[in-house]
Ligand binder design. Structure first.
Ligand SMILES: *Cc1c(COP(=O)(O)O)cnc(C)c1O
Length: 392
């Protein structure tokens, strides 16, 4: 493999002189108009029409019964796990190949991440390895599924759709069903992706999304808890808004009926989000065109594979990625491309290699280690695909 041929393939797709970041947001719609409405009406904070509208628009787009918008994706995952029944000293099965938020959300519940391996086809949780691992370490006791090695309850399974590519949801859901384990989707990266025609976010008891600045749709900072269970949706709204209820005997006063969270998304952020959601179909089209162009450009490059969407899935291609046959060349490719102003990045440091999660329970994680050693993310902003579309 030749590093020049990687640079050439990227240059074939994206403009030459520009410095390119990995992912840039784009505000070409009603963003300013909606933000001005917030300021003109003084509804910038925790009350306002855009919060309700964003929740309605998002639920309608995903085809879920309820969406509750919150301050960020990490908070969305924290609430999702609580709603799935995760308690202190439980274990939650998550991939080691993920962004830190997945593991931290588990820790915020007082629970312990139990690291699982990924598969090459999806870059996400490997259902067959999960199945084999549970058969080896888990047993059903009175209080649920217990890890025989630690004595702790395994309370949930939370796969993550890496870079927007859906995991093998049917196979993972089947394993969860067999063990009666709740499935929670970390759908932070996969807004607009679907599996067998159904949008990510519909497959677990509850799912968490992110609208951080680098995601396909941004609210500045933000996230959402989505669910098809009305009671779960109601509770999501309640506990993310300080668990506030009207006092029955004093209608002018409020009480709080449990320790809730102040996780509500401000109206300003929701205004940005409403304008961004309007443009999501355009972003998705542009990203697909960009991914197709990369796939073509890398076809002839020896020793490099462009990561395509898995079978039976439509990816939002949030972040494009290539895999190198030779892991020894990864850092040199990263150095060369970044020196040329092409924003590239390695995969995350695996969760089980981080100091606070080093002693957490795990299965064999060799596939994740191989993926992390050979993967490089390449520039993925929607505007890059849009300019390719224009040239056609
Ligand atoms: C972005 C992201 C989150 C949430 O991140 P926030 O910055 O808190 O919105 C969670 N999980 C994954 C995998 C992510 O990529």
């Amino acid at each position: 493999m030749n590093i020049d041929s990687i640079v050439a393939a990227i240059r074939e797709v994206v403009p030459a002189e520009q410095t390119l970041s990995l992912h840039e947001p784009e505000f070409a719609g009603n963003e300013k108009k909606y933000l001005e409405q917030c300021i003109d009406t003084t509804f910038v904070s925790s009350v306002g029409e855009f919060v309700d509208r964003m929740e309605r628009d998002l639920a309608a787009y995903l085809g879920v019964r309820r969406a509750v918008v919150v301050v960020n994706g990490t908070a969305a995952l924290h609430i999702s796990l609580l709603l799935a029944g995760v308690e202190r000293d439980d274990e939650v099965i998550i991939p080691t190949l993920t962004f830190i938020a997945t593991a931290n959300a588990v820790a915020y519940c007082g629970a312990i991440p139990h690291f699982a391996d990924s598969e090459d086809a999806t870059l996400g949780l490997d259902p067959h390895k999960l199945d084999a691992h549970l058969a080896e370490v888990a047993e059903v006791r009175e209080n649920g599924v217990v890890n025989k090695l630690t004595g702790r309850r395994i309370a949930a399974v939370m796969p993550m759709h890496t870079f927007g590519h859906p995991v093998d949801l049917d196979a993972i859901a089947a394993v969860c069903a067999r063990w009666n384990l709740p499935l929670v989707e970390d759908a932070a990266e996969s807004l607009g992706s679907s599996y067998r025609g159904v949008k990510c976010g519909n497959f677990g008891v509850v799912a968490g999304l992110s609208f951080n600045g680098n995601k396909i749709v941004t609210t500045g900072g933000g996230g959402a808890v989505v669910t098809n269970d009305d009671a779960v949706g109601e509770l999501a709204k309640h506990i993310t808004t300080t668990a506030r209820i009207k006092d029955a005997t004093r209608p002018w006063a409020f009480i709080h009926d449990r320790v809730g969270f102040n996780y509500r998304m401000p109206n300003l952020n929701a205004a940005l989000g409403c304008a961004q959601l309007e443009q999501l179909p355009r972003f998705l089209e542009a990203k697909r065109v960009l991914a197709e162009a990369y796939a073509e450009a890398f076809e002839g490059v020896e020793g490099v594979t462009f990561v395509r969407e898995p079978k039976h899935a439509t990816s939002n291609y949030w972040l494009n990625a290539i895999r190198l046959d030779d892991a020894a060349l990864r850092d040199e490719v990263l150095a060369r491309t970044n020196a040329l102003g092409i924003g590239t990045r390695p995969a995350w440091t695996l969760m089980h290699d981080l100091p606070m999660y080093r002693s957490a329970p795990r299965m064999d994680l060799s596939a994740s280690e191989r993926i992390a050693a050979t993967l490089i993310n390449i520039p993925s902003s929607a505007f890059l695909g849009a300019s390719l579309l224009q040239k056609r």
